[in-house]
Design a protein around this ligand. Sequence first.
Ligand code: ADP
Ligand code: ADP
Ligand code: ZN
Length: 216
Amino acid sequence: MNVILLGPPGAGKGTQAKRLEEKHRLIQLSTGDMLRAAVASGSDLGKKAKEIMDAGNLVPDDLMIAMISDRIDQPDCANGFILDGFPRTTPQAEALDRMLEEKGLKLHSVIEMKVQDEILVDRITGRYTCASCGAGYHERFQQPKVEGVCDVCGGTEFKRRSDDNAETVRSRLAAYHAQTAPILPYYAEKGVLKAIDGMTEIDRVTEQIEDALGAA
Ligand code: ADP
Ligand code: ADP
Ligand code: ZN
């Protein structure tokens, strides 16, 4: 099963993708995580992407399309994948279609996670992750069970993304509305789009996604 989680920054794509990974044995393909790894490694791609990401703009389509095509070819994707953060523009959506056809793969569903902008700002500015295992948390909405200790791995170091600040968030939301939201009608026409309410609590969002996948 190949699924796209589509929604603005902070909608909960990463949080839900991790749950789908475990439950359905899928692989989460987060283009944001891949780019951050490229930046950390200092590769050519990372050097090109860093400033663009810090400004809250989108990395050029050709780089993103090549990156995701290579990743889908890896053997661990054979049972299916969850795209988190891709496609983000109409050219990316069209390239993905061609890519899937060439690789003989099918798109099961596109899940649109709907969340209001004001809520997204709170979600993003309070977001942090475990420095060891990457588990996601939030200052108010998703705290570890024991303060300062990761639920998943017991790690005690946490980190924040440099682009998760109030100014950059505004640019990222503007990029979502201008460049990403216009691909929703494209998937609606194909009959694969399902919208869910991303403003309910995390477990309720998971239930809605499971229902949407089951009903496909
Ligand atoms: P995205 O991958 O779409 O950018 P994340 O999954 O990283 O979003 O979620 C953004 C922040 O909001 C994280 O700190 C996460 O803990 C929190 N969060 C995710 N889903 C919910 C929810 N349904 N209600 C409240 N907070 C949430
Ligand atoms: P979020 O879900 O919080 O918006 P991501 O981790 O998906 O953040 O992306 C972080 C940044 O990486 C984006 O603001 C953008 O600069 C870049 N990026 C990620 N995916 C793409 C993509 N498909 N196309 C262009 N830029 C991307
Ligand atoms: Zn951890």
